[in-house]
Design a protein around this ligand. Structure first.
Ligand code: SF4
Length: 340
């Protein structure tokens, strides 16, 4: 088997809470608490979940924007979380990011030309000035912006066009992996569709891998290969898109999917309303973290934390794993299977 492009093993990021006069550590926010996944070359993995579940923290940890508490981040077989900044630098080029807000993520005092030239210069990619100009022109073509717009300032563009510039800036470094952190969430519906289509086209044209972080399952369904569902700092289900959307194996995924419109007129999924708020990541519930909101919770769920594993039953696609005790019950007693 080939080496995955990205492997994340038992990643933890606990942010200290400082308090008192001396600023001592009084507790921790368990933002990410043992997350593992991998992404193959050219693959899109979407990380989904409600706001505050830790998905953006995972993205930033992968990019090494801060140190991690525990675990491993491995890029193309090389462990990056323990590297010195100088050793990591060439690998940093291979992982780029597109942020959510196209208004704040571009420096308003730089023309588009300089915004795009910066990563090319930083990583020493252009042979000479002619090569730099050629690369800049091709980047504008790649994100479907007119070449003559390269001399303009960010404020002269619409939100969707600015996000195209953000994508071009990420591509300028010739990455293998792009982390898209809610990259279309701030855009209007019609513009959102255009940017999603652009990302899909680019992925095919350039063979990019993507970690697509989003709370919007309708968008995810459109553009991903696999999905990992996060709840309160943990991944609770992973599957390829078809398997996850047609046969969710975790009650949290089932509830999230029930709110996604079915693209067939007149048809709708049975809506499962999640009761209560997401518990605090400072003091996550014992046992299954979802038990305070799960409609199927039983005694074991309150004491025993379920592991992510393949449900032992027929018809579950390879690689489909879920962390739920329901799959230890006989099939006739498993409400998820009755609902499927
Ligand atoms: Fe619900 Fe229990 Fe499954 Fe957790 S382990 S999702 S509480 S049924």
């Amino acid at each position: 088997m080939s080496t995955p492009l990205l492997e994340v093993n038992d990643l933890k990021k606990h942010f200290p809470i400082r308090g008192g006069l001396l600023g001592n550590t009084t507790g921790y926010v368990y933002a990410v608490d043992g997350v593992s996944f991998s992404i193959e070359k050219g693959e899109t993995l979407s990380l989904v979940g409600e706001s505050g579940c830790g998905k953006s923290t995972v993205g930033r940890a992968v990019l090494q924007l801060f140190g991690i508490t525990d675990g491993q981040v491995v890029l193309d077989g090389q462990r990056v979380d323990t590297m010195s900044p100088s050793t990591f630098r060439p690998l940093r080029r291979r992982m780029q990011v597109v942020f959510q807000d196209p208004f704040s993520s571009l420096n308003p005092r730089m023309r588009v030309r300089d915004i795009l030239a910066e990563p090319i210069r930083n990583f020493g990619l252009a042979k000479d000035a002619v090569d730099l100009d050629d690369r800049l022109a091709r980047l504008m073509d790649t994100v479907r912006l007119p070449r003559d717009a390269i001399g303009r300032w960010p404020h002269e563009f619409s939100g969707g066009q600015r996000q195209r510039i953000g994508i071009a800036r990420a591509l300028a470094a010739e990455p293998d992996l792009i982390v898209c952190d809610e990259a279309v969430s701030a855009l209007d519906v019609s513009v959102k569709a255009q940017i999603v289509n652009l990302l899909q086209d680019l992925q095919k044209e350039l063979g990019l891998a993507m970690l697509f972080i989003s709370h919007d399952l309708a968008i995810v369904e459109h553009m991903t290969h696999r999905v990992a569902v996060m709840y309160l700092g943990k991944i609770v289900e992973v599957a390829d898109k078809r398997s996850l959307f047609s046969k969710p194996m975790h009650p949290y995924t089932e509830a999230l999917l029930s709110a996604v419109p079915v693209p067939i007129p007149g048809m709708a999924r049975t809506r499962k309303i999640l009761v209560g708020d997401v518990p605090s990541p400072i003091n996550p519930p014992k046992g299954c973290r979802f038990h305070t909101r799960c409609p199927y919770a039983f005694d074991r769920c309150r004491v025993d934390e379920p592991e992510l594993r393949a449900p032992a039953m027929h018809g579950v696609a390879a690689g489909h794993v879920a962390a739920c005790h329901l799959h230890d019950l006989p099939a006739a007693e498993n409400p998820l299977l009755k609902a499927a």
